[in-house]
Design a protein around this ligand. Structure first.
Ligand code: DX5
Ligand code: ZN
Length: 229
């Protein structure tokens, strides 16, 4: 993975057809997805359950781009190796998931993966101030994690602050939750480069009618890039 700050669209397969992940992943990549975002939920850190390492390993076979695995689980450390073995390129853990996020990021890098740190809406930018040398990505949640299709929460000031804190470091700023062509310009202008979108990518399409996925991805990308022009 080479680093750049170009806008990247990362569809969340949380909004895909759960009986057809392989073809859904192929469809979003064929329609222009830059990364594939995989939301892992444990019914404990967040009030919803999704997939574990064997499912993620099965997804990997269909991912030709970057598999971005967002762990909404606590504890997280006992599962890092399993998600690394499942083929994640990036593993993101929440700063709120336990007292030892520093150790968690070290462990992700030790497993040979890019390390991400996610912040819930109520968590300040400063919570990652002492973690930046261990992070390849900071994920700013613009919804409370747990479900797709929630209303966007404006975290623009936090994103700007993180962009200042990051400076020239090669750290992506990823936005997760409620991203659509209306909200993408706000987060792009504030300094985000990776836009996760679930419902706004998958709406209106299916594996047998995937052109809407491409139109949706294009619309989000154009709105974000328009804010940078
Ligand atoms: C929320 C997840 C998101 C979610 C985004 O807990 O981390 O990735 O799927 O879905 P939308 O884009 O529908 O808000
Ligand atoms: Zn996510």
């Amino acid at each position: 993975m080479t680093f750049d700050r170009k806008i990247k669209i990362a569809p969340s397969i949380l909004s895909a057809d759960f009986a057809d992940f392989g073809r859904e992943i192929q469809a979003i990549e064929a329609q222009g997805a830059d990364w594939v975002h995989v939301d892992v939920m444990d019914g404990h850190f967040v009030p919803n359950l999704t997939f574990g390492p064997p499912a993620v390993a099965a997804f990997r076979k269909h991912v030709g781009t970057v598999m971005d695995v967002h762990l909404m689980i606590a504890p997280v450390d006992p599962y890092i190796q399993a998600f690394a073995d499942a083929g994640a390129d990036i593993i993101t853990a929440h700063v709120e998931a336990g007292p030892h996020i520093h150790r968690t990021l070290q462990a992700i890098r030790a497993a040979g993966k890019k390390a991400g740190v996610a912040l819930n809406p109520g968590t300040p930018a400063e919570s990652v101030a002492h973690l930046l040398d261990l992070a390849d990505l900071v994920c700013v949640m613009t919804v409370n994690p747990g479900y797709g299709g929630q209303k966007f929460l404006d975290m623009t000031a936090k994103i700007r602050r993180l962009r200042e804190m990051i400076g020239d470091r090669e750290i992506h700023i990823e936005i997760d939750g409620g991203v659509d062509p209306g909200t993408a310009p706000l987060v792009a202008a504030a300094g985000a480069d990776v836009l996760v979108a679930g419902s706004a990518v998958f709406r209106g399409g299916s594996v047998s009618n995937s052109a809407p996925y491409g139109e949706n991805i294009c619309a989000i990308r154009q709105a974000a890039e328009g804010a940078l022009a």
